[in-house]
Write a protein that binds this ligand. Structure first.
Ligand code: SF4
Ligand code: SF4
Length: 373
């Protein structure tokens, strides 16, 4: 295999240690010519404003280490992301990333302007992309190692979805509303963006029902580095026994159908995935209508925990279904419609108070019982 994934064992967030392994990777992967004196964009995971210790966003010290490594080759370093909630500025301020950017003179590309990106992919032809990306020579993708209630895991390919402008992300969620189509759309965006390097922050990860506050912090002590985001995600999936969930990647990239080095890939013991759901069966090629039906009866549906809900309305603003699946009853309580809900779990992802819980019907309970999950 031409491409490779470098795997490092690092136990704490030490910018100096991160800098060393990234500098080594730059040399080993022969990147100096591509980055010297070039416009370099950092793309961390900045889902929403939250303490970095919760494992939801790329850790500030991790970002610092990477910036230090690239600063040796260029002083034209930029950063951006379009968070799921709030502004990029609010996320970096809360996490203390703003001070790091100031220290290393990293410029922020504002996420509020966009261009129409000519994606020309297999299913996504064009979409709004943050303006300014087109002027970058080299993109450094900095995903977080996390689970995802809809797609099971979220890694390097999914992290690039954050370069799609604001509410357009919700529209794409609605249009590509089963896990298989959603992944295919993500791959189209990946092919368009094509980061030069992907460096996954897996030192402190998120397991269980990620990628937001419903997930659980897990110390995994890993950093994965690769020029290829798909290959990196396949390694990540193998490490946490989630290969089935990214079957679409294996289908689309036959060159990665096998792992030569599979025996050398460390397995992360006891990494808890979200519950298996019949939604994974959407990877089986069946007519769209059957796939939708499987999603409706096979995937748990969200319900608002009225005791925890603070009616902040984040979930309402983020729900991509049309019509919106989250509405107020006559007492002002939020109620979710099982009929229109597309099971994207954006509400669960974005809720700051863990106030979205899952309801399972008899089929899902039976399915989980059969799988022993
Ligand atoms: S469920 Fe969560 S996000 Fe939605 S209104 Fe309540 S607290 Fe806010
Ligand atoms: S209610 Fe939640 S899971 Fe359902 S469509 Fe809206 S955001 Fe997605």
């Amino acid at each position: 295999m031409n491409q490779k994934v470098l795997i490092h064992e690092i136990h704490e967030y030490d910018p100096q240690k991160i800098q060393v392994i990234v500098e080594e990777a730059i040399i080993e992967l022969d990147l100096i010519g591509q980055i010297s004196d070039k416009n370099i964009l950092m793309k961390p995971n900045c889902l929403f404003a939250v303490e970095p210790d919760l494992g939801i966003i790329t850790n500030p010290k991790f970002i610092e280490g990477v910036i230090r490594a690239f600063s040796k080759y260029s002083n034209k370093i930029f950063i951006t992301d379009s968070p799921g909630w709030g502004s990029f500025e609010s996320v970096i301020k809360k996490a203390g990333i703003d001070l790091i950017l100031e220290k290393y003179k990293v410029s922020i590309i504002p996420e509020k302007y966009y261009i129409d990106g000519n994606i020309n992919g297999k299913i996504l032809k064009s979409t709004r992309i943050i303006q300014g990306i087109e002027g970058m020579d080299f993109i450094v993708n900095l995903p977080k190692m996390k689970t995802h209630a809809m797609t099971e895991i979220t890694g390097a390919v999914k992290n690039l979805f954050g370069l799609v402008h604001g509410k357009t992300k919700a529209k794409l969620h609605f249009r590509y509303n089963n896990p298989k189509n959603f992944y295919r759309m993500l791959l189209d965006i990946y092919e368009y963006i094509r980061p030069g390097l992907n460096i996954m922050d897996g030192i402190i990860s998120l397991e269980g029902r990620g990628p937001g506050t419903s997930g659980k912090v897990k110390k995994t002590s890993k950093v994965l580095i690769s020029k290829d985001a798909v290959l990196l995600d396949l390694y990540f999936a193998y490490m946490v026994s989630a290969e089935k969930s990214i079957q679409v990647m294996l289908d689309e990239y036959p060159e990665f159908q096998w792992f030569d080095e599979k025996d050398d890939i460390p397995v992360i013991q006891g990494f808890e995935l979200p519950d298996k759901t019949l939604g994974l069966l959407t990877h089986i090629p069946v007519p769209e209508k059957i796939s939708e039906w499987m999603r409706e009866i096979g995937m748990p549906y969200p319900e608002v925990d009225q005791d925890k809900c603070k009616t902040c309305n984040r979930c309402v603003d983020n729900c991509p279904s049309e019509p919106c699946s989250i509405n107020k009853d006559k007492n002002g309580k939020l109620i979710i419609s099982n009929k229109t809900c597309i099971r994207c779990y954006c509400c669960e992802e974005i809720c700051p108070h863990e106030a979205i819980k899952m309801k399972r019907n008899i089929f899902q309970k039976l399915f989980n019982w059969i799988l022993g999950t």
